[in-house]
Design a protein around this ligand. Structure first.
Ligand code: 8Y4
Length: 280
């Protein structure tokens, strides 16, 4: 099924090749901190490297979403993210996604050149829907049970695939009822967000279930804890596990966008898969 994803001035034609979204973190803990300028510079350099490795999209984030991570005030998140979006926009042409739950950060990032909002709360900020509608930006709506502070305490589902599917459908309807173009929306099951490893595996085994909703599926498994647990590997040795899951999902036409740290490896994998695809 040929599918469009409308992200402001960028329109992605999906269906033949998955998109590789490269992760760019702008948090003081991701780069040994020598102040504001150096963490901006480090993030921009990392972004340029991911672009040269063939990323289709760069996802810029200034607030860690890891379990128990500190929340970041809006002005601090703006100081981290906006200069990075500005400078990337000035230096190269690549679609930029902003990984934020805050409407003001999304608004300013879009003004600075971003065309996608990656919102792990799926429009939890009441003003986010307005920013998305007025800008025409693409929106990734992700499922999470609980909040980043508490989500891994006691994840619980009767039927994780059915419940995540119902949530994503409801958020898509919520967005469209408020004037967001359905063609701007992508959906994400939120691997590891308020899920045990078994819940996340269940979602991956049945990921194709979400295709019936009719929107592209974004998948984020890169280097995540379930890979570490299954392979008994630390963060730096999880590339092969990450690529294996991405290939599994893409080959089943169950994921159209993959959010990854290791762009070069996933670029090659996606390019191979594109040649192996049987037109249906
Ligand atoms: C190593 C480094 C291991 C980071 C795990 C992590 C998703 C997402 C995150 C996702 C979408 C993460 C912002 C968690 N995950 N956005 N964001 N989908 N759309 N952890 O799965 O990468 S942050």
């Amino acid at each position: 099924m040929i599918q469009q994803w409308r992200c402001r001035n960028t329109v992605f034609e999906l269906g033949s090749r998955a998109l590789v979204m490269g992760i760019v973190n702008v948090t003081p803990d991701s780069f040994s901190d020598g102040g504001r300028l150096s963490s901006t510079q480090a993030a921009v350099e990392h972004a340029l490297r991911l672009a040269s490795e063939g990323a289709d999209i760069l996802d810029i984030g200034g607030e860690s979403s890891r379990p128990g991570a500190d929340i970041v005030p809006v002005d601090e998140e703006l100081r981290r993210v906006i200069p990075v979006v500005r400078e990337i926009t000035q230096r190269i042409q690549i679609p930029i996604s902003v990984d934020t739950v805050k409407s003001e950060v999304a608004r300013q990032a879009i003004d600075a050149g971003a065309c996608i909002i990656n919102d792990i709360t799926a429009l939890g900020d009441p003003d986010m829907v307005h920013v998305a509608r007025e800008s025409g930006a693409g929106v990734i709506l992700m499922h999470m049970q609980g909040t980043p502070a508490t989500m891994q305490r006691n994840p619980s589902y009767q039927d994780v695939v059915a419940e995540v599917g119902a949530f994503l459908e409801e958020r898509l309807k919520f967005a469209c009822d408020r004037g967001i173009n359905p063609l701007a929306v992508a959906l994400d099951p939120g691997i590891g967000f308020g899920k045990t490893n078994e819940h996340s595996l269940q979602l991956l085994r049945h990921l194709e279930a979400f295709q019936r909703i009719g929107r592209p599926v974004c998948l984020g498994v890169s280097r995540k804890g379930l890979i570490g647990k299954i392979l008994n590997q630390p963060l730096e040795n999880r590339v092969i596990g990450s690529v294996a899951i991405a290939c599994f999902a893409i080959a089943r036409s169950a994921a159209q966008i993959v959010r990854v740290h290791d762009v070069a490896a996933h670029r090659d994998a996606v390019n191979m898969l594109a040649e192996l695809k049987v037109e249906s």
